[in-house]
Design a protein around this ligand. Structure first.
Ligand SMILES: NC(=O)c1ccc[n+]([C@@H]2O[C@H](COP(=O)([O-])OP(=O)(O)OC[C@H]3O[C@@H](n4cnc5c(N)ncnc54)[C@H](O)[C@@H]3O)[C@@H](O)[C@H]2O)c1
Length: 356
């Protein structure tokens, strides 16, 4: 236990806790394992909004039957480098694992694998899929559409999702570039965490029910695109979110834009569209990893601006968080997050999560 009552949970304990919770609602060990891997990875990487914090949502979807446990994703149509997959409404990470592995297999043969999926569900951090490609020496990309929360520039009302993008690539000696980001100013989970902690949110994040900007997380109805208002170039985030939707809902024939169910609606299936890409750098000029490491190190070695201590590249904040977890022997959770997990355990009649 730490001085503020926060507790450390070893990664392996979090993994088995998620598997036993999902097992209690009828999910197979293999499928629950995919979800557990994803949630552990999110918290380990410091994206608390998309780890344990989301467990109840996946449980609710399975309990309500809007996500099913007794099906498997299947290929509807394919070429040597592409595939259209029907997720058959199973857990998002089960669909995602199937699709990125398929993209990697195709990239090994054709240099690139591009897989578009429909009938999927919430897939957590986009980075988990990109990193699976990196583990295979590939550049990996992952995209998903999501429930509508993004208010297009000049509009009053939401029409697109937080539509995240991941682009990850292998550099030298185990280093990697991992850009993993929402195309809204922030992921909604960050507003939820601020609300749970009773803290205000920064300008340029949220819009209230009257269509005006708010700094109060409890009033947040929807989000600005990445970049914020038109004055601060929010239309670029709006454009990127449309790009994601084009690769996901439009390409695969899934639901798209405002047709997607509202956030946390458990009355209808989500039918999310997703896209997974793997590119083999060996299909291009040799020395990709060396050049990428060189460029990343050029950026890291830049002189920091006044008041700053170091320049980072995408993936570094998460690497720092993982190093901290390794040092402390697991993931540090606020007492409210431990209570949240143990309330779930009680509700499902499974053993609680053991914290140190
Ligand atoms: N499944 C969904 O529905 C969904 C929707 C939205 C977001 N998400 C996930 O939420 C997570 C959080 O998204 P976010 O947009 O809030 O992330 P973020 O703003 O915390 O980070 C975005 C990216 O910026 C990089 N970064 C951060 N600080 C940096 C710095 N100083 N210098 C260089 N790079 C830096 C990070 O490494 C990361 O790649 C992501 O994993 C995303 O995939 C999921």
């Amino acid at each position: 236990m730490t001085e503020h009552g926060s507790k450390i949970v070893p990664l392996a304990e979090l993994q088995t806790f998620v598997v036993r919770c999902m097992g209690a609602v009828g999910i197979s060990e293999d499928d629950a394992g995919a979800l557990a891997d994803l949630l552990v990875s999110a918290d380990y990487r410091g994206h608390y909004s998309h780890g344990l914090n989301r467990l109840q949502m996946y449980i609710n979807d399975v309990k309500s039957g809007t996500t099913v446990g007794d099906a498997k994703p299947e290929i509807v149509k394919e070429t040597i480098a592409t595939a259209l997959v029907d997720g058959n409404n199973v857990l998002g990470p089960v669909v995602g694992r199937f699709c990125i592995d398929l993209a990697i297999k195709k990239a090994k043969e054709a240099g690139i694998g591009w897989v578009s999926a429909r009938n999927s569900n919430h897939f957590g951090i986009a980075g988990w899929y990109g990193l699976r490609a990196v583990d295979n020496g590939m550049i990996g990309m992952a995209f998903t559409n999501t429930s509508p929360l993004l208010v297009p520039t000049r509009a009053k009302k939401e029409a697109l999702g937080t539509n995240p993008i991941c682009m990850a690539a292998p550099a030298k000696d185990g280093d990697s570039f991992v850009l993993d980001m929402a195309t809204t100013a922030v992921a909604l989970g960050k507003v939820e965490i601020a609300h749970r902690k009773g803290e205000p949110i920064p300008p340029g994040w949220a819009i209230d029910s009257s269509g005006k900007e708010t700094l109060d997380p409890s009033e947040c109805e929807c989000l600005f695109p990445l970049g914020g208002t038109e004055k601060t170039s929010g239309y670029k985030g709006y454009g990127l979110s449309m790009m994601v939707e084009l690769f996901c809902g439009i390409l695969s024939g899934a639901h798209y834009g405002p047709n997607i169910r509202t956030w946390k609606d458990t009355h209808q299936k989500a039918d999310l569209g997703q896209c997974y890409v793997a590119i083999d750098p060996n299909a291009f000029e040799p020395g990709f990893a060396d050049r990428l490491s060189d460029l990343m190190n050029i950026c890291r070695n830049l002189e920091p601006a006044e008041g700053e201590t170091e320049v980072l590249v995408a993936g570094d904040p998460e690497r720092q968080h993982m190093a901290k977890c390794d040092k402390q022997g697991g993931i540090l959770y606020h007492p409210n997050q431990i209570k949240y997990a143990n309330d779930i355990a009680e509700q499902l009649g499974v053993e609680p999560m053991k914290a140190l």
